[in-house]
Design a protein. Structure first.
Length: 242
């Protein structure tokens, strides 16, 4: 299972509602089992999570059971992950993966890769997966909020500006990306597609999708994420049409 990355934000503003009605989202981003984020003001890297406390985290697996990427449940029918993961219809989405008694397996009905995705530049690194049957929601399986914040006013962790991130990655950083880390924590292989989330009023909101970073998982180099705010319109267009 991929390492779990969590970013706790102090203040967010400018929330933009998704185009779907509120009833379609329910209480997204509010886990029934409270997560434990040690020290609050930090990324959690490799620490054991309280079972079921990140109920939107999914494991994407090949038909031989090999975990190749993470993802986030954004409704009972939809999962968001990274385009570079190369999801296939033959893959399996495992929900409730931290529930050792009964993780659920869902088949893939459709894969929607952002047509702007570029493997060379890793721009627009996002894919939406429509499940063949709805995920069975429970205390340990529930969606993250896709009501992504339009503006991050203040954060409790090194969420780098693009100017700062370019000091590490140069011209590769674009406005469709957001950088975090470089302070003793890092994402790594197998984390791709997983969520970067931040909390407001008790609800966790999707801010980024693990995209790329140091090939050696260097904890002094920031990880790069697809910026959910920049991809919100595309997400909404796919959900509305399907």
């Amino acid at each position: 299972m991929a390492l779990l990355w969590v970013l706790s934000c102090l203040a967010l503003a400018g929330f933009a509602r998704a185009a779907l009605p509120e009833s379609a989202w329910g209480h997204c981003g509010v886990p029934a089992i409270t997560p434990v984020v040690r020290g609050y003001n930090r990324i959690v890297n490799g620490e054991a999570a309280v079972a079921g406390s990140w109920p939107w985290q999914v494991s994407l697996q090949r038909n031989n059971g090999f975990h190749f990427c993470g993802g986030s449940l954004i409704s009972e029918n939809w999962v968001v992950t990274a385009a570079h993961c190369g999801v296939r219809k033959t893959d399996t989405v495992v929900v409730g993966a931290y529930d050792q008694d009964a993780p659920g397996q869902c088949c893939v009905l459709q894969v929607f890769k952002n047509p702007k995705f570029n493997m060379l530049t890793i721009h627009d690194d996002i894919t939406l997966i429509k499940l063949a049957t709805p995920a069975q929601l429970s205390d340990r399986v529930s969606p993250v909020s896709a009501h992504t914040p339009a503006v991050l006013q203040q954060v409790a962790l090194p969420l780098l500006t693009n100017t700062q991130c370019k000091e590490f990655w140069g011209f590769r950083i674009r406005d469709v990306m957001v950088c975090a880390g470089a302070d003793g924590a890092s994402s790594c292989m197998g984390d791709s597609g997983g969520p970067l989330v931040c909390q407001k009023d008790g609800a966790w909101n999707l801010v980024g999708i693990v995209s790329w970073g140091s090939s050696t998982c260097d904890t002094k180099t920031p990880g790069v994420y697809a910026k959910a705010t920049k991809l919100r319109d595309w997400i909404n267009s796919i959900l509305e049409a399907n």
